[in-house]
Design a binder for this molecule. Sequence first.
Ligand SMILES: NC(=O)C1=CN([C@@H]2O[C@H](COP(=O)(O)OP(=O)(O)OC[C@H]3O[C@@H](n4cnc5c(N)ncnc54)[C@H](OP(=O)(O)O)[C@@H]3O)[C@@H](O)[C@H]2O)C=CC1
Ligand SMILES: O=C1O[C@H](COP(=O)(O)O)[C@@H](O)[C@H](O)[C@H]1O
Length: 526
Amino acid sequence: MDAVENAVTPAAPSTVANGTSSAIIVEEFEDLASLVRDDEASVSITVVGASGDLAKKKIFPALFALYYEGCLPKHFSIFGYARSKMTDAELRDMVSKTLTCRIDKRENCSEKMEEFLKRCFYHSGQYDSEEDFKELGKKIKQHEGPRVSNHLFYLSIPPNIFLDVVKCASKSASSVSGWTRVIVEKPFGRDSESSAALTKGLKQYLTEDQIFRIDHYLGKELVENLSVLRFSNLVFEPLWSRQYIRNVQLIFSEDFGTEGRGGYFDSYGIIRDIMQNHLLQILALFAMETPISLEAEDIRNEKVKVLRSMKPLRLEDVVIGQYKSHTKGGITYPGYTEDKTVPKGSLTPTFAAAALFINNARWDGVPFLMKAGKALHTKQAEIRVQFRHVPGNLYKGSFGTDLDRATNELVIRVQPDEGIYLKINNKIPGLGMRLDRSNLNLHYAARYPKEIPDAYERLLLDAIEGERRLFIRSDELDAAWELFTPLLKELEQKRMAPELYPYGSRGPVGAHYLAAKYNVRWGDLG
Ligand SMILES: NC(=O)C1=CN([C@@H]2O[C@H](COP(=O)(O)OP(=O)(O)OC[C@H]3O[C@@H](n4cnc5c(N)ncnc54)[C@H](OP(=O)(O)O)[C@@H]3O)[C@@H](O)[C@H]2O)C=CC1
Ligand SMILES: O=C1O[C@H](COP(=O)(O)O)[C@@H](O)[C@H](O)[C@H]1O
């Protein structure tokens, strides 16, 4: 598909099959090759599903932020594509409502917004219509100019229509002079079989190198920082094992419900929506062996090894929940099944907690506790590392039997209010000898006043630049689904009823019993 690589090394002069003089062929190649040498290649970014939630909430704002920061190629154009009818002006108006400027804006932001919006266009079409995509391809071409043109398609649509779009886009709107790449959103199928079928289907039209499976948590600042924290600080790497760590907790919570996204969410549930991808990716990055280098394949090789050394989740190590209506402060919050986009009587879990184990020398026996939920008491994502007690602790008299008070805990707050803090014991200043708990604290907002880029900015830029480190490789995906598919099938076959929890609460009580089964107390409950 990448015509450019072929064009740059023109065939040796000879008479080609159709009798055309090879001199002409070489001349055409040289023209094209000269284009390649022009580092002003253009890129067109097509957001498929442009009328949807993710496009409005994340993708267009991230593209604007990249433009505002001067990170997009000089020659770029953005196209929205969906079934909804919209004019260019209506798309620009819709997008303008989602854009914000950096708090450290260096120049008049509204001018930059106007410039950006002028480069946004819309084409309405069906997702399975080659003709509609051909028309889109013509529109893209109108804005490319006489240069190498690269095409990026972002599939911001429900997974069940990925293949239709990839087939039509690759056949009717691919670049003929540059690369064509497709960003595919999680959850990449529903289980091992459908994920493998999806990858097989995509590869009818694309090579692996053209597929960018996005998990935007990999673009989060504190997730990217994980390997820096561990591998560039001597104080951490020696402790990163079962010898010193008694458990690791990966926690995701939101203080809102599905809010009209039931059409997607009810078919997937919280385990597919959050745990099998975001939290598992964090676990893999956290637990992996030291990669040979920071190159994409070396890192992804180590992540796959960790995933493959894990046992599939067992039903007895999982708790599921679903939020129910709750009235607080005179406000009644709806239950999950009261969302009009959710089928009545749905058993889809909006909460899950699970204990996972890594069968290797570094982590044997250490529980990795995950929990993820919607409509809880707070919105946060964090990693908690609870260390073992100090053997023969001279100060154990100061802590009593409270293991959590006697031990250190490293907390990586992915969001909100990014930060890293380490709970330590220290002497209270004064003439006595009294101990206290304090935090060694890296608070990003205090340390770095500059606004942190959104994960989607990082990932969109990497896809344009062809940097694959933060994208999911197909074997990683296969290993992730292998861990969760047996459990997901068992939950659905047995029609397991989720434990109901009040909207805005700390989730099902069952999650505490699961943690206690492994002598763990969730660190996020104060
Ligand atoms: N929203 C979020 O926060 C996140 C979403 N994702 C993923 O991103 C993708 C898009 O998510 P999101 O934007 O929330 O999805 P939406 O439900 O908003 O759908 C996006 C667009 O796709 C079209 N569409 C929706 N349902 C169907 C259908 N059944 N058949 C055909 N077209 C349909 C609609 O456009 P039209 O009718 O105009 O054609 C809609 O505007 C999904 O794969 C999701 O898993 C990933 C991370 C976060
Ligand atoms: O992938 C998803 O992520 C969002 C949460 O993303 P965040 O960056 O805001 O933490 C979640 O709301 C959504 O259900 C899920 O599909």
